[in-house]
Design a protein around this ligand. Sequence first.
Ligand code: GLA
Ligand code: ZN
Length: 670
Amino acid sequence: MEKVKKIVYGGDYNPEQWSEDIWEEDMRLFRLAHIDIVTLNVFSWAMLQKDDDVYDFSKLDKIMEMVRSNGLKVCMATSTAAHPAWMARKHPDILRTEHNAMKRKFGSRHNSCPNSPTYRKYSALLASKLAERYKGYDNIVAWHVANEYGGLCYCENCEKAFREWLKERYQTIEELNRVWNLAFWGHTMYDWEDVVVPNLQSEEWFWDYTRTNFQSISLDYRRFQSESLLACYQLERDEIKKITPEIPVTTNLMGFYKDLDYQKWAKEMDFVSWDNYPAHDAVPFQAAMSHDLTRGLKQGASFWLMEQTPSVSNWHPYSALKRPGVMRLWSYQAVAHGSDTIMFFQMRRSIGACEKYHSAVIDHAGHENTRVFREIAALGAELEQIGGLTLGARTYAEVAIVFDWDNWWAAEYSAGPSRLIKYHSEVSKYYEALYEANVAADIVSVEDDLSQYKLVIAPMLYMSKDGFDEKIRNYVKEGGSFITTYFSGYVEDHDLVVTGGYPARFRDILGIWVEETDAIAEGNCNHFQYKGKQYPAQILCDLLHLEGASAVSAYEEDFYKGMPVLTEHEFGKGKAYYVATASNKAFYSTYLLDLCEKLEIVPVLAAPAGVEATQRSNENGKFLFILNHNDKTEEVTLPYGGKDIISGKTYTIGENASLAAKDVMILHSM
Ligand code: GLA
Ligand code: ZN
């Protein structure tokens, strides 16, 4: 990104929601806070297009001029995340239909049907007009299409488009009957017109979105909806690219957001960006994991932190304040995991509607004498001093954790064996154990190249997509180490069971056969031992037979007492490990750290609990980020010498550094 020379600092700015007499004051406060970028025009469609053929850019023209003359960069949004009221009135095809078949009226946002001809036509047209009008502004550093795409629609447009999508994918109705297993419950379809959207009126259950009679239909519908919204993004992007091909295009993602397959989306984006809103009770690994997911979407390329709150988020159950130092700490955490920006929602706190109690750089008090503003200004000054040193730096991890959206949908639709099946939470257990030891991990897709990793972990990989088992087979044969768990390898891409014994395609690699699986109700558990300590076996317990693997541990109770619960299997030059149940945090830490030690996977830094460390490198050298999440001072021993680019202090190898509560250092070494 050529136009960006430092970690850019700023965020969503909505001057059109204010009277013009305060704009100059905003500019003064931005200067005080060292703000250098604003995201403009996120929700201005109603202001820009007043009727089918009536556009009015006069206010945006003024805003663009003001911002440019104040030396600010612009992240230019296209305004298409909330359609205007007149459009809904005149073209009701733009309105979404809910899961319960309720057709929505005008209201809210992210409210347009992704298959509405009106939405597609007018959103692309607006993007094109914006690009044409503002192409001369060389302070536009990025395009921000729409905003936080999301949600599902079940309207007639979508139903028709779904049929077309299926025809393209499956060609014949016979193939559709096969992949959806429609012989079950006499669902055989004779004509494409027999296909209806899977919602409350057809296959899905009223009390739980994740329950459906036909997983295959619901799964395809999710794929289709994710692609439908993606198509909307692509339409706008293509219009923009025709006019300003040199300006990178993105849209702001939301971390582990289930409705959209971000691994597919990222392929269509020049760079990825995301919005980070940890809840009041969030623990630091959760944001770290979402940052790492985001970085992994583009195979390790740096990303943008597009939004975070300066302090409170109004929509959480409790609007807890970010304690002194926490905004700064979490900002650097984003950079530590691969961000090239620190951006906020929002610049000035609104006075009406649902975000009036969401914090902002400029609070309702309206001046700079607030704790939050002072912290923002102080961080802004630091970022100016750091400049562009860390831009584009990469993380070199030796561990990869596989994450797959189709698997997420399919595993949680599965209808048994347990309602405790939660894919993201299972993956989190493995990530958290590594995170706490400061072992870097990349979160990768099933399509990514795995050959650079010493260890690949694919928890709960219920769906083994065509070709992935072969990739793992080769990876392990060539010397890699692979871990998978219970509830893996059951189905292929269409959610049809792969017969012949679980975990089907992974069976030869793991050297096991899972004959049965016992679901353990919440609060109950079996037990097993690992390295002399007892751990719980929860959620599911596989009853498995060894077919070449050796047992590392066995269940201690019930009729399957003595059956293996942890196995390992030499396969080619590598090893495949199986964890047949879910356990607790203590187990994952011990188990994974043992394995890391065996594989000579070294933590970035040995540090006290609560002190996070990551390392990124680029042509300027390497950067060791050390973040103290604790409420007390902590000491660390530095693995190499260098200069802390925040404090300016230099250190020699093996020296101790002390970090105050919530403090951060970035040790730079050539
Ligand atoms: C999202 C949106 C913003 C704003 C914030 C509030 O991230 O993109 O427009 O609503 O939430 O937290
Ligand atoms: Zn629709």
